[in-house]
Design a protein around this ligand. Structure first.
Ligand SMILES: [Zn+2]
Length: 302
């Protein structure tokens, strides 16, 4: 059986945590969130839930099927796996390229413009915050539009790599996309493995400078967020009065640690997410509601 790659949801993880039975969560409404955030500067921490309304699904959502994440180890050690990964990624990355920011992204950009939001730390790799106009953004888990060589460290654009992959695999895209399969199906559908058998002859591109292995500039499981980036994110949390978490279940420690950091410094924390999050017991107010509509309301009232 071929492994299944999750090119654009590298931090997907089956939920393996439970809140302790005695955890106290302060559930509240948007009114409560406004009371906590009013007059304060805010750093936002965002996850997949911010981008679902842009057509990028949240694999960690309550209805998502359990899957195993692709690990860094798999990627670097298994050539067949990489071939399959790049074949799928070659089809799928174009879906993200065609997505657009939604009202939630725009709300955070407007709040930054007004000096309310200090900056955004995002776990998403889709660059939709930047496209919406946010300026002070930390792409914690990397960005989908860049590719890095694991040997020489050079970074190239994903668009440039696409040209090389097309040249190495003439007719591949066309053959995959015929018969009604769309780019979105391949990338997004939980069972898009109809494509798998077509990937066995796919030729991934080596680094054009040194022949090394190329990898999307995205942080995978088993891989750490670069230290310097983590430090900048902590500093971004420190620089604002409050932390607003939007659209993340905080399943992975790479996001949860900033909530813990803010709590330790006794900063007010507002969490907006549909469904439980691992940070709920640390929240001053937890708003269990849609991210887009809640951010849209906040921008009117802050
Ligand atoms: Zn190289």
């Amino acid at each position: 059986m071929q492994p299944v790659a999750r090119p654009l949801a590298p931090t997907y993880q089956e939920r393996r945590w439970e809140l302790p039975p005695d955890a106290v969560v302060h559930h509240g409404t948007v009114d409560d969130a406004v009371r906590v955030l009013a007059g304060r500067t805010i750093t936002a921490l965002t996850g997949a839930g911010v981008s679902t309304d842009s057509g990028i699904p949240d694999y960690r959502g309550p209805d998502s099927p359990p899957r195993n994440p692709m690990t860094y180890e798999q990627f670097v050690s298994d050539e067949d796996f990489r071939r399959h990964y790049w074949a799928r990624n070659h089809v799928g990355w174009q879906h993200v390229r065609r997505t657009h920011p939604n009202a939630g992204h725009r709300a955070l950009a407007r709040l930054e413009e007004r000096g309310v939001v200090h900056g955004v730390i995002t776990q998403n790799v889709d660059l939709l915050h930047e496209e919406a106009g946010s300026r002070n953004v930390i792409d914690l888990h990397g960005r989908y539009d860049r590719v890095v060589c694991l040997q020489c460290g050079r970074v190239i654009s994903r668009a440039h790599l696409a040209e090389r992959l097309d040249a190495l695999n003439p007719g591949f895209l066309k053959s995959v996309l015929q018969g009604g399969t769309t780019v979105a199906d391949v990338e997004i559908a939980p069972d898009a493995d109809a494509v798998v058998e077509q990937t066995s002859h796919f030729r991934p591109a080596p680094c054009e400078f040194c022949g090394g292995v190329l990898k999307p500039e995205i942080v995978y499981f088993g891989e750490n967020v670069p230290r310097e980036r983590v430090e900048r994110a902590y500093a971004m949390v420190d620089a604002a009065d409050a932390l607003l978490v939007a659209g993340s279940s905080l399943t992975v420690m790479s996001g949860l640690r900033f909530v813990r950091h803010a709590a330790k410094r006794e900063k007010p924390i507002v969490i907006v997410n549909r469904g439980e999050t691992r940070g709920d017991p640390l929240a001053t107010v937890k708003v269990d509601a849609g991210v887009t509509e809640t951010l849209t309301e906040l921008v009117e009232r802050l």
